[in-house]
Design a protein around this ligand. Sequence first.
Ligand code: 13P
Ligand code: ZN
Length: 275
Amino acid sequence: MNVLDTKFAQGFVRMCEDGWNQGWHERNGGNLSYRMKPEDVEEVRDALSTDKAWNPIGTSVPELAGEYFMVTGSGKYFRNVSLDPADTTCIIEVDEKGEQYRIRWGLVNGGQPTSELPSHLMNHEVKKNVSQGRHRVIYHAHPANVIALTFVLPLDSAVFTRELWEMVTECPVVFPAGIGVAGWMVPGGRKIAVVTSGLMKEYDVAIWAHHGMFCSGEDFDLTFGLMHTVEKAAEILVKVLSMRPDKRQTVTTDEFRSLAADFHVTLPEKFLYEK
Ligand code: 13P
Ligand code: ZN
């Protein structure tokens, strides 16, 4: 089957288009990866070529040995993905040691997978484990309000989680485990991938100070929705902080506890600290 006729590829392309429409992907900013199901691989097997060389991933992901991923290309613009997915995205295969990848489809005019491949794959490896294989999507974007907050809030997971939970009542239900925050680091390598995947053991959201955000989820809807929810909460916080430095009233810790009980979510007490 033609890759672009499959549901997974169409979902992938739609998510890139949606992210572009949100304004989260200036130039080549951001990247997306999807860990394909065995049936996805079977569906497109005839369209996969084997003529491309193996390349080092730049880190080691042994638990992803033999897995296939659809990934955006490095330097490719999200704006262009829906116009020409075969030019801007690819399907890669991970080798049997989890140290190399090769392109099996796409990037027809040349190129390589996103420079954040180490972070994507290390996040996938962690999430495959902690979600019993359910998480399949890792999404990196550059949403302006979350980035703005990394210049004014302490770079502390508890502070980001609590402040953003307070902004939209649905937030604690959408990301009950909270948000991990990493200080500024050089992007694109193993070091930032190690830090990010460490955060992903606990959280589905990781913020990179002065850069952007990573989200993990089971499918395209949940992962896009998570990015959207966090960025919406950040937008509200930016508006609030622009009006006055404090809040006149907000959701209280006991109100969060009532919400958790009614919505059957566990909210770690470390985020319900007294201010
Ligand atoms: P790529 O174009 O290599 O995916 O990089 C974009 C980006 O956002 C780096 O963090
Ligand atoms: Zn980035």
